[in-house]
Design a protein around this ligand. Sequence first.
Ligand code: NDP
Ligand code: TDO
Ligand code: MG
Length: 299
Amino acid sequence: MSAAEILITGGSGQLGLELARLQWPDGVRLRTPDRSELDLSSTESIAAYIDACRPLAIINAGAYTQVDRAESDPLTAFGLNAMCPAAIAEAARRHGSRLIHISTDYVFDGSRDGFYDESDAVSPLGVYGASKEAGEQAVRAILPGSVIVRTAWLFSPYRTNFVKTMLRIGRERSSVRVVADQFGCPTAASDLASALQTIAIRLVEDPAAPTGTFHFVNGGEATWYALACEVFAQATRYGYAAPAVAPISTAEYPTPARRPANSRLSVARLTESYAITPRPWKLAVAETVEHCLEEESTS
Ligand SMILES: NC(=O)C1=CN([C@@H]2O[C@H](COP(=O)(O)OP(=O)(O)OC[C@H]3O[C@@H](n4cnc5c(N)ncnc54)[C@H](OP(=O)(O)O)[C@@H]3O)[C@@H](O)[C@H]2O)C=CC1
Ligand SMILES: Cc1cn([C@H]2C[C@H](O)[C@@H](COP(=O)(O)OP(=O)(O)O[C@H]3O[C@@H](C)C(=O)[C@@H](O)[C@H]3O)O2)c(=O)[nH]c1=O
Ligand SMILES: [Mg+2]
C-alpha cells in the first residue's frame, strides 16, 4: 500500500486508543489529534483540521458516550454525535477521503425478536441513541460512499466501561445488583479496532470496497448480569475477591435514560462483505480482565 494518512478522531477514547495501538502497514501514517488540535464540538475546527491534512481515510471514533447524562444535555450530545459527523463527512467529501463512522446498538428500541440486522428500522429510546441516529443519517446523506459501523457494549482496559465499573464496585462492595433483562452483545474495543483497520485498508486500496451500514460485535449474546458474572469469574483467577451478583429487573435499577431490552446485532453482512468473523465475547472479556488485573496480582 502506498503512503496513506489516516485520521482518527477521539484518539484518547477507548476505541481510539485501541486503533492507535494496532500494528498498521508500512506507509500508513496515523494522525490522532487531541482536543487542543481538533475540537469536535466546533464545525470550524473540524473543517480547518481536515482541510489542512486531507487524509485518505478518516475513522470517527470521537463521540459523546454518557448515555444517562445525555438526557439532560441533549445539545452537547447532538453537537458531538450528529453535527460533528456531518462536518467530518462534508470535509471528507471535499477531499475524497474515505470515511468510517461508528454508531451504536442504542439506535434500536429493543422490540425485535432475535438479532438486529442493518435493514431493521431504528427507533432510539433515549437522547444518546437519537443523537447517534441523527449522525448516521447525516453521514449517509452527505457521503453515500461512507461506511457506518454499529457496535455495542464496548469494553477495554481504558476509560470508563461496564467491565471496569464492575471490577471497581466489586472491590468496594460484598454484593452487586445487575439487570438481567437487557440482552446485547459485549464487544472488545480491541476487536472492533482490528475490524475497522481491515475495513479502512480495503477502502483506501479499493474504490469498489463494500460501503453502507455494518454491524460489528463479538460473538454470542449476554445480559449485563451475565457479563458481570463472567467478569468476576475471570477476575477470581487473579486473586480478586468477587462479590455476590444478584440478577435484577430494569425496573429495579432506575436510570435517566431508557435502554433497549434487546439490542443483539447480527454481523452476517460484515462477515460476508469483509470476511471478518468476530471471536466469542467471553474470550475477549478474559483478555481484558487479565490486562486489568494481571499487573497487580504479580506485583
Ligand atoms: N462505549 C460503548 O459502549 C459504545 C460506543 N459506541 C460508539 O463507539 C465510538 C467510540 O466510543 P468509545 O471509544 O467508547 O468512546 P469514549 O467515550 O471512550 O471516547 C470518546 C472520545 O471522544 C472524544 N471527544 C469527546 N468530546 C470531544 C471534543 N469536544 N473534542 C474532541 N474530542 C472529543 C474524547 O476525548 P477526551 O479524551 O478529550 O474526552 C474521546 O477521545 C463512539 O462513536 C460511540 O458512540 C457504540 C456502541 C457502544
Ligand atoms: C453500574 C451498574 C449498571 N447496571 C445496569 C444499568 C444499565 O441498564 C446497564 C449498563 O449500564 P452502563 O451505564 O454501564 O452502560 P451503558 O452506558 O448503557 O452502555 C452503553 O454505552 C453506550 C455508549 C453504547 O453505545 C451502548 O452500546 C452501551 O455500551 O447495567 C446495573 O444493573 N448495575 C450496576 O451496578
Ligand atoms: Mg454509561
